[in-house]
Structures are given as C-alpha cells and as structure tokens.
Design a protein around this ligand. Structure first.
Ligand code: RNT
Ligand code: ZN
Length: 413
C-alpha cells in the first residue's frame, strides 16, 4: 500500500469516503482575484491605491500591463488545482491605444480581451465595479456622496458594470458574481450617520433598476467595519449590507477581514445560509486589522471551510479569494492562498461530519472534542498530494515559481 492508500484506509475506518471528498473538492470553484498580481493598481486611472485599503511591500516583478498580468495569471492557474474562475475589477479594463474612457462609460468591449482569455481557458468570470483609486472619489465618498455629480458618476459606473457582468455570463456560459463594495466613510465622528446611508441605499436602488437576468448575474454586497483613514464610520456597515441584501433579495458577501477582531465569519455562515439561497465570501487573512495577508491553512480558514462543507453548501457559497501582498513573490502569494482554501475544504470534507453532529446532539461534548483533536493529526497531506497528482501537479510548486521569477519576473523593468 502506498501512502495514499494507507491514508484512505485510515479515513475509511473513521467512516469518511475519500473518493467522494476528492470529487467534491475537484468540482468546487474558487474565484481567483486578479488584483494580487499587480498590487490592486489596474490599468485605467493608475492612481495610487485609495479607499482605505493598502498594499505594502515592493517585491520586484509586479505585472504592469494586461499581457504581463495575463501571463502571471496563467502561471498561477497552472499551479492551482481544481476549478477556477477569474475575478476582475472594472479598473482592469483594456483600452485601445490612446483611448480614454471614464468608469461611468465602460462597455463590454473594454473587457473583450479578458473574455477571450477566459474562454481559451474554459473558465468563468466574476466582476467588481471599482469605487476607489479614482479622482471622482471625493472626500472618500462615492455612492453615498452628497454631491450629485459624484453620485451620478458612480451610479452610472454601477449600471455599466451590470451590463458587463451580463456580457461575461453570456460569453462564458457561466453565471457572473458581481460584487459591490464601496469604501465610503469618515475618519472622525460624523455629524450625520443616516444621510450617507440613505443616499447609498438610493444609489443602489438606481443601479439595480438596470434590467439584468438574476440567473446570469448574482449581485453581491460586501460590508466593512472600517478602513484606513475611515476609522470612525463606514457607510456600508454589516447591518446596512445585510438588511439591504435581504430587502432587495441580492446576495450578501462577507469578507473575513471586515469584522471586529474577535468576530468570526465562520460563525456567521450558518445564519446567512438559513435565510439566503446563496451567500458569497471573500477569503482573506486579517493580521491585527484588515491587512489582507495571504490566506494560509489557519484555524479560521479551516473553520470557514467546515461550515460550508458540513452544511452541505458547497453549491450555495460563492468562494473568492481577496488579499494583496506586495512583499513576496506575487505568484507564490496567489497559489499559496488559493491552495490553502482548497486544503481547508479538503480537511472539512475528510471529517465524519454527521457523526460529530450526532455526538453533539447526544450531548457528548467530550467525544466531540476527542475527535476534533485527533482529526487534526489525520493524514490530510497524503490525500492532498493525491489530489495534486490527479490534477497533474507536483507537491513542490516553489521551484516552478522560482524558475518563472528568474526567467520572467526579474527581467521586468
Ligand atoms: C476592501 C474589500 C474589497 C477589495 C477588493 C479589491 O476592503 O475587501 O473586496 O479588497 O475589491
Ligand atoms: Zn473583500
């Protein structure tokens, strides 16, 4: 018996069907965020990153053109097993030489190259309007601005993006998740908390009045607790976004960097699943604040994965990664983060979840803890390596990335 077969036997003795777990993992799609490749700069305004989010580090080799970003995406995709999707921001529109188009006037054709790229790789595309890093963000406000011109600009951006999202779905044949996140907020104690939220609500209503097919485009709304320079008040708070999503029957999105430090998104998933057909996640790693560190196989990532798997919600949760580390090799960051999400999902799939739930129902908390601790040392790695092997991948992805760094990244100006 090789290591995989031995491991499979150990799991079988626990009542876990390894083949079923591998099959489920293979079919679980992860939307891979394009913005890890270029530190969230994009191609349109190339303004420095704003909106209360921050990349730190200046590791060499950042992608600065669509060609470079696509090549890096390809490298990362070639090292990530399983089903994937592109996740683009509107700021990654690709214009013709000399063309200049405002975000309020974006059209599907500005994303035609991305569609070709996705089709060639047989993957779907998710999309995000970009409400930051742009001169039309005034006083850190977009859709909640008291300035009609500013608000109009961003409402038109949202409307334009809905059309582009539908175009992605039509072209790729895969539904597009379009996520709305605005940075709007105040550094200091506001004099009016209601006004901005009322305007945000009205702006969203206007965007969503654009006709679109909800079977093709899933609109999600992402909440946040604070941003850098926006510490005291965030317009799109958790309560606002959950209430709005419920009211309009769109999909709530939770980013696990967007809550108070002792709150856990893993604990929120079951509640949202009870009241929503679909939910969406941005999987990230917050170190002391919403720092967007690369996802690793840590406790909270594992707990999030458990909540998706044991609630049989793999087909109800849109899973996307969202982090940006500029201090290490960016392709390594991409691959490591996505693989970590997949490892967490595999670990969850390899637990005797029904048995553990039954023990809890019986009130046998002693045995529940016994298994939780024992399962931590079960041979997950041998099953993971078999998953990689079946996907045509090696365990060691560091060498391939190092080679690409030497041959491609180090040659970039
Ligand atoms: C910001 C949000 C948002 C962004 C991306 C770039 O705090 O998490 O999702 O990270 O849209
Ligand atoms: Zn996010």
């Amino acid at each position: 018996m090789n290591r995989f077969e031995k491991a499979k036997k150990i799991y079988a003795d626990l009542g876990v069907d390894v083949e079923e777990a591998l099959e489920a993992l293979k079919n679980t799609c992860i939307a891979v965020h394009c913005w890890q490749g270029d530190d969230v700069v994009g191609f349109d305004s190339r303004e420095s990153l704003s909106g209360g989010i921050q990349t730190t580090g200046n590791y060499p080799g950042r992608a600065t053109t669509p060609e470079e970003l696509m090549a890096d995406y390809d490298k990362a995709f070639s090292l990530i097993p399983g089903k994937k999707k592109l996740n683009l921001h509107a700021s990654y529109a690709i214009f013709e030489e000399g063309e200049k188009v405002g975000r309020d006037r974006l059209e599907p054709r500005h994303f035609q190259k991305w569609v070709e790229f996705a089709k060639e790789r047989k993957v779907g595309i998710d999309f995000n309007p970009t409400f930051f890093s742009h001169p039309m963000v005034k006083n850190n406000l977009t859709l909640s601005s008291p300035d009609d011109t500013v608000r109009r600009y961003w409402i038109d951006h949202g409307k334009a993006c809905l059309k582009i999202a539908e175009y992605f779905a039509d072209e790729t044949g895969v539904p597009c998740v379009m996520n709305i996140w605005i940075p709007d907020g105040y550094k200091d104690v506001p004099a009016d908390r209601l006004g901005p939220r009322k305007r945000f609500r009205e702006s969203l209503d206007e965007i969503l009045a654009t006709p679109y097919d909800p079977k093709k485009v899933y609109v999600t709304l992402e909440s946040k607790v604070f941003g850098i320079g926006l510490e005291s008040y965030t317009v799109g708070s958790a309560e606002f976004c959950l209430s709005y999503s419920d009211h309009k029957k769109i999909t709530p999105l939770m980013d696990n960097g967007h809550y108070h430090p002792t709150e856990a998104v893993s604990d929120k998933i079951s509640s949202l699943l009870l009241f929503n057909e679909k939910i969406a996640l941005h999987v990230t790693r917050a170190v002391r604040w919403d720092s967007d560190h690369v996802v690793i196989l840590d406790d909270e990532t594992r707990e999030i994965a458990k909540e998706i798997v044991r609630n049989r919600a793999l087909d109800r949760v849109f899973i996307a990664t969202d982090y940006f580390d500029a201090s290490i090799n960016r392709i390594f960051a991409w691959v490591t983060g996505v693989r970590s999400v997949q490892k967490a999902l595999l670990a969850a799939l390899l637990q005797p979840n029904e048995r553990l739930a039954a023990l809890q129902e019986e009130g046998n908390f002693t045995e529940v803890m016994y298994w939780f601790e024992e399962l931590k040392l079960a041979p997950l790695g041998d099953i993971w390596n078999e998953f990689l092997r079946r996907e045509g991948l090696e365990e060691n992805y560091y060498n391939a990335i190092r080679k690409y760094e030497k041959e491609v990244l180090e040659k970039r100006k």
